[in-house]
Design a protein around this ligand. Sequence first.
Ligand code: CP
Ligand code: NVA
Length: 290
Amino acid sequence: MKYNQKNNLPHDVLKGKQLAMIFAKSSTRTRVSFEVGINQLGGQALFLSQNDLQLGRGESIEDTAKVLSRYVDGIMIRTFKQSDVEELAKHSDVPVINGLTDFSHPCQILADLMTIREYLTVLEGKTVAWVGDGNNVCNSLIVGAATCGMKIRVATPVGYEPDPSAVERVGDALRLTNDPKEAVTGADVVFTDVWTSMGQEGEAKERLEIFAPYQVNDELMSLAKPEAMVQHCLPAHKGEEISESVFNAHAGEIYDEAENRMHVQKAIMAMLMKSGEQVGVKPFALEKTA
Ligand code: CP
Ligand code: NVA
């Protein structure tokens, strides 16, 4: 997808296909990259704020899924409860894509893994360190990185560990700690994310204090491999979870990560929404996109 787009090669494998995008939370990257992405594939997207849908007034997820399935070829949803996405998928006749829940953010992690592979060439055997809140992005990183044969270390304050269902899936690949230095020492990639996720705004003040020792700054980065990457899904609160200096030093790979959301999501949509013969996308050529 990236190679085709960068070289202006036709890849309109979703001509005439429609994607409904339901948002119950804010978004910059997810909304724009899905919408631009499906346009580049020849399809169209509908932005549907949850509050503007009858869903926001109590219409059931089941009826929403059944009706939208009559109109569109795929549904992307960003919402609070993971179980709502699963309920939507259960009743939908078209593919449902998780655009972030309180529990997970799988599209983000596919883009992150793509970015790491572009920079480090291989994923297997590399060590990723997560520092901060054991949140939705962290849960997906644990599962995604372990699936690709990476080692994961997660440093969180006590009580802010990742979800046990993510932890239980990966076994020995994961080490949990409360010490950011232990997590980052010798790491190939250092990840962080906001200390207060969407929906947790009421805890923001308390979280600022609890997470203060977990800032990714120059001192912490000096323990990682000298050529270590930094990844941040964005939006970032510079001066909180990541220092201005670390962000600026790694801005190139962080913006590449944001860009790769679109390429990855185009691949997800093409895989899920294309019909039979429309498969003729050129294979991903790593050396040409790095
Ligand atoms: N990283 C990410 O999902 O960004 P948005 O909240 O802007 O979509
Ligand atoms: N953990 C953040 C990610 C935003 C893309 C949140 O859920 O708000």
